[in-house]
Write a protein that binds this ligand. Structure first.
Ligand SMILES: Nc1ncnc2c1ncn2[C@@H]1O[C@H](COP(=O)(O)OP(=O)(O)O)[C@@H](O)[C@H]1O
Ligand SMILES: [Mg+2]
Length: 428
């Protein structure tokens, strides 16, 4: 065989219905490979030849981390039945997800992380319109990069659907046998052969289910009309049922395992959003803490503390002004209404906008306004009454709050004088 020119067999790995898998080593550079060699003699021969050819063509069209690269193959001899088809691809130094799960207990976070890694791989081939159609624990492999980091691979593209021309031509030869015992999907039953990426997403939800419960989901609806997750008793899996992700996990199953394909996850990103749901919430929570910290430090900044002190003294002086006016105009039966004192949005102005009116009436009104402003270390107090022009009654250092209060108190008397005078003019 041609592959023997370049590769020597290290050991046999697997022998299935399809063919044999060997670990092989490159004679020149010592690189390991996985040799997939087709059985040449059985009645389903042409279907199997079609499958391996499809697999090779699909793998060759993919350059994705997490999918083995093809080193060598002879799919061009598909039509020559005297030739055994084979391919040598990148060797994965790991175990299938099936073996991995059987040997390891996996917690919710690890199951989620592994599923997310598979999502990343699926996302890339879905973008190329390739649908795997046979995702199951023995077609996913995991490799330890170091003691706690796992690299994940998706293998076995034998019944994948790929939009490239050569592959489509072979599709007719693989009409039977889609679907698997891990999870039977109605759309992949014999004679249907739907090429819908949503099937892969449902398989992936099945993988999540398998990682969590070490159990195959098998069918979407059993004879009693129950979905796979209904067979799980929360009492048997307390760590999962008490996990903060449990409600999101149940949502993932109830969407992903829908019988009607239109009711399932529509895209990789939709599924990923839910798998990530809780981490998003915690990311939001951590952001609000960040924003709270930012605001606390703004409050504590010396500029802000200084401004607060100034605002207090402006508000205090404005209240003295208003009280005094209310006292003066009140003594002749007028009352004041309006708004203030308020600190304006620039945080450097204190504003009172009022009017005086005879008690129990709404007309005539005399409007008056006090504006105390802070700028460049100084405070100015400006008053206006009715149509009169603004006048600055006070200008002094910000350090002199007593001076400001005194000025406001004195200004209130003159302002009251103007208010009463204007009111007389309007009232007559
Ligand atoms: N690239 C690889 N590196 C290491 N082992 C592999 C590789 N490809 C396949 N295997 C092993 O061979 C088994 C069968 O391979 P697979 O491609 O799934 O073929 P089949 O069509 O027979 O299911 C896998 O479950 C895995 O154990
Ligand atoms: Mg397989």
């Amino acid at each position: 065989m041609k592959y023997l020119d370049n590769w020597e067999i290290v050991k046999k790995i697997d022998e299935g219905g399809q063919g044999k898998i060997f670990k092989v080593k490159n004679k020149k550079n010592g690189v390991f490979g996985a040799l997939k060699l087709l059985h040449n003699s059985d009645e389903k021969r042409s279907e199997r030849r079609g499958r391996i050819a499809r697999e090779i063509i699909t793998l060759r069209s993919l350059d994705v981390i997490g999918i083995p690269k093809v080193f060598e193959s002879n799919e061009s001899q598909l039509e020559d039945l005297s030739v055994n088809l084979y391919m040598v691809c990148e060797w994965i130094n790991g175990v299938t997800l099936l073996e991995f799960r059987q040997k390891n207990k996996i917690d919710v976070m690890s199951a989620t992380l592994i599923t997310e890694k598979i999502i990343d791989i699926i996302e890339v081939f879905h973008r190329q319109d390739i649908v795997h159609r046979d995702i199951k624990p023995d077609n996913i492999m995991v490799e330890f990069v170091n003691c706690d980091e796992l690299k994940v691979y998706v293998i076995d593209f034998g019944i994948a659907w790929s939009p490239c021309e050569e592959s489509e031509a072979i599709e007719t030869k693989t009409q039977q046998g889609l679907g698997n015992r891990f999870l039977e999907l109605p759309e992949l039953k014999p004679g249907r052969n739907i090429r819908d990426s949503r099937s892969d997403l449902t398989y992936l939800v099945g993988i999540y289910f398998f990682l969590l419960f070490n159990k195959y989901p098998r069918i979407l609806l059993d004879e009693n009309g129950k979905m796979p997750q209904s067979s799980i008793s929360e009492l048997d899996f307390p760590e999962i049922a008490n996990h903060q992700r449990w409600s999101s996990i149940k949502r993932i199953f109830s969407i992903g395992f829908q019988q009607n394909i239109n009711h399932r996850f529509e895209s990789v990103s939709e599924l990923r959003l839910l798998i990530n749901a809780n981490s998003d919430v915690s990311a939001m929570a951590s952001n609000i803490e960040k924003e709270k910290d930012r605001l606390r430090s703004l409050f504590q900044s010396s500029e802000n503390l200084e401004l607060e002190k100034i605002q207090d003294s402006m508000m205090g002086a404005a209240k003295i002004f208003l009280n005094k006016i209310q006292q003066e105009v009140g003594s002749v039966g007028l009352i004041c209404g309006g708004s203030g004192p308020n600190i304006d949005t620039d945080r450097r102005t204190c504003l009172c906008k009022f009017f005086a009116v005879k008690s129990q009436t709404s007309h005539p009104q005399v409007h008056f306004c006090l504006r105390i402003q802070f700028s460049s270390g100084r405070i100015n107090a400006i008053v206006s009454v009715g149509d009169r022009a603004d006048s600055t009654y006070y200008s002094g250092s910000v350090a002199d709050s007593i001076g400001l209060e005194k000025a406001c108190s004195e200004t209130a008397i003159i302002t009251s004088e103007y208010i009463i005078s204007d009111f007389c003019d309007k009232f007559k």
